[in-house]
Design a protein around this ligand. Structure first.
Ligand code: PEP
Length: 265
């Protein structure tokens, strides 16, 4: 049985106080969901909760010594310096996050991130032993005009190039690429399995082509793939049938514990 990753992206749906209340109310639920999901012999699934940045530290403390992992929703493309309002990958590691979402379409839009900045974040996270979850996806216009793959190529290429310049990629870190069609996020619209199958196979092939000739000494990163975009308990059953998917990035549905539990189960 495949190991699956379930990422709850709480976005900015809850304030600091509401986040602490929600996590406290469902502490036992989350802990038992993470520990009882799959018998160990069949491999362990992982749940990552991603609160907004102000709530990160108390949530990390709360779930310390449980199987729940905590992820940040952002990090800076810079390492150090005069960047008011930003936090570097180093802090994401020091605070105790195991994962970090980068390149989310909402952040790309809001902060006008370039592809290169997303790639820089990716590499800094790897440098600081934080698992990057990098989001890629096409707009509705690109989807309608069959430009999905060229949009994904544009987003993936700088990331692959950045990885290739790294001499060491620790094999204990498995970076994730989350395919999230932008038109699917928060809209209730989900692409058919045929489209998703095609896209996931294409990404998987890109990964193997890019890294099959990596020079000796540089480890080949074990990149895994997630799907995100209006995942619900109902559609997750069908989405789980897509061979290359190793988990889900869940936004809106992760705010309802019972719904999130059904997705995981
Ligand atoms: C997301 O936050 O990445 C996301 C996919 O949101 P939603 O599940 O609400 O579409």
């Amino acid at each position: 049985m495949k190991k699956m990753l379930f990422v709850a992206n709480w976005k900015m749906y809850m304030s600091f106080g509401e986040t602490i209340k929600f996590a406290t109310r469902h502490f036992d639920d989350f802990v038992s969901l993470a520990s009882g999901m799959i018998p160990p012999a069949e491999g362990e699934n992982t749940i990552v909760l991603c609160p907004s940045s102000m709530a990160l530290y108390p949530i990390i403390k709360m779930f310390n010594e449980t199987k729940i992992k905590i992820g940040a929703q952002r990090c800076s493309p810079h390492i150090y310096g005069a960047f008011t309002g930003q936090d570097p990958a180093r802090s994401v590691n020091e605070i105790g996050c195991s994962h970090c979402i980068i390149g989310h379409s909402e952040a790309r839009r809001e902060f006008r991130l370039s592809e290169e900045q997303v790639a820089q974040k990716f590499v800094h996270l790897l440098d600081y032993d934080v698992t990057p979850i990098v989001c890629i996806g096409e707009t509705k216009e690109e989807f309608d005009s069959q430009k999905t793959l060229s949009a994904l190529e544009r987003q993936l290429s700088p990331i692959f190039e950045a990885i290739k310049t790294k001499t060491i990629v620790h094999d204990y870190i498995t970076p994730y690429i989350a395919y999230e069609p932008i038109w699917s996020i928060g809209t209730g619209e989900v692409a058919g399995n045929q489209h998703l199958d095609m896209v996931f196979c294409w990404i998987a092939e890109k990964i193997s082509k890019n890294f099959e000739n990596r020079p000796a000494g540089g480890a080949v990163p074990q990149i895994k793939l997630l799907y995100g975009g209006s995942v619900t308990a109902k559609n997750s059953k069908t989405l789980k049938k897509i061979d290359k998917i190793s988990g889900f990035l869940v936004g809106g549905a992760s705010l309802d514990f019972q719904e999130f539990e059904k997705i995981v189960k």
